[in-house]
Design a binder for this molecule. Structure first.
Ligand SMILES: [Zn+2]
Length: 262
């Protein structure tokens, strides 16, 4: 058997598992958006590999002087500029559309994404928790109310929440910033119901997200990994698909469609 046949057979097994499961959740990481032109943080072409890992003081700097942070944001350079430019041009890839289709078919109940790129929404997915926030939203650090960036009129720096008067920041979770409680609680709720988790392009080293598959596994749920590379979670996985997610996910959807049509 060739390597391709092995992947093909594993995808068929994965499709059967998805169809037989009650609550399927996809945990998505940066590897999934690489095919959309967004550089990952880690690995050979990663932003941190190129520019060095940022310190964990981003959020502390923000809370110390939010006005200064807002003033400086407009003329950012280096890794952030490269990331912002790539994000602005990115389009969903076939893997994003495959996940949206799986949801429409009733075979995927939720997406937990670590990506801030808004590409799942652009592809048509609906049930999404963005654990690291979204690049197209602002958020109040007091009450967690969120607004689309374009709908929020910034009249002063830092902007203030019309609901509670709290300070408003970009929704994207900064280094050193706690995960917003509402997002974290929804992830825990979804993982609690999940009996089959798709690990899509996630390196499995960033917590708390990396802990969700471990919880699912501990309760007897199944894990399917879609990733080009071996990850910290590979040893826990029931099925491993070593292929680009933009290829393996559409094939999975095809198999699921055949199984459910039969
Ligand atoms: Zn507020």
């Amino acid at each position: 058997m060739t390597g391709e046949d092995v992947v093909e057979e594993a995808i068929e097994t994965a499709a059967r598992l998805v169809v037989d499961s009650k609550h399927v959740v996809a945990l998505v990481g940066a590897g999934h958006s690489v095919e959309s032109g967004i550089p990952p943080f880690r690995g050979p072409d990663g932003l941190w590999t190129k520019y060095g890992e940022p310190d964990m003081l981003g959020y502390e700097r923000f809370t110390r002087d939010p006005k200064k942070w807002w003033e400086e944001m407009s003329d950012s350079s280096g890794p952030m500029r490269e990331l912002i430019d790539a994000l602005a041009q990115a389009k969903p890839n076939p893997g994003h559309y495959a996940l949206a289709e799986l949801e429409q078919m009733g075979q995927l109940q939720h997406i937990i994404t670590q990506n801030i790129d808004n590409l799942h929404q652009q592809a048509g997915s609906i049930a999404i928790t963005e654990i690291h926030g979204s690049r197209v939203k602002l958020r109040c650090i007091g009450c967690n109310t969120r607004w689309p960036v374009d709908d929020f009129a910034i009249e002063e720096l830092p902007p203030r929440c019309p609901e509670c008067g709290g300070i408003v920041k970009t929704d994207t979770v900064m280094f050193g910033e706690p995960i917003p409680r509402d997002a974290l609680e929804e992830c825990i709720r979804q993982s609690g119901m999940c009996d089959c988790m798709l690990l899509v392009g996630t390196s499995g080293v960033v917590y708390p997200a990396a802990g969700f598959p471990q919880d699912v596994k501990m309760k007897g749920g199944r894990l399917i990994e879609f990733n080009l590379n071996e990850t910290a979670l590979t040893p826990l996985c029931d099925i491993v698909l070593r292929a680009p997610t933009g290829t393996s996910l559409p094939t999975l959807v095809q198999c699921v469609r055949q199984l459910t049509a039969a």
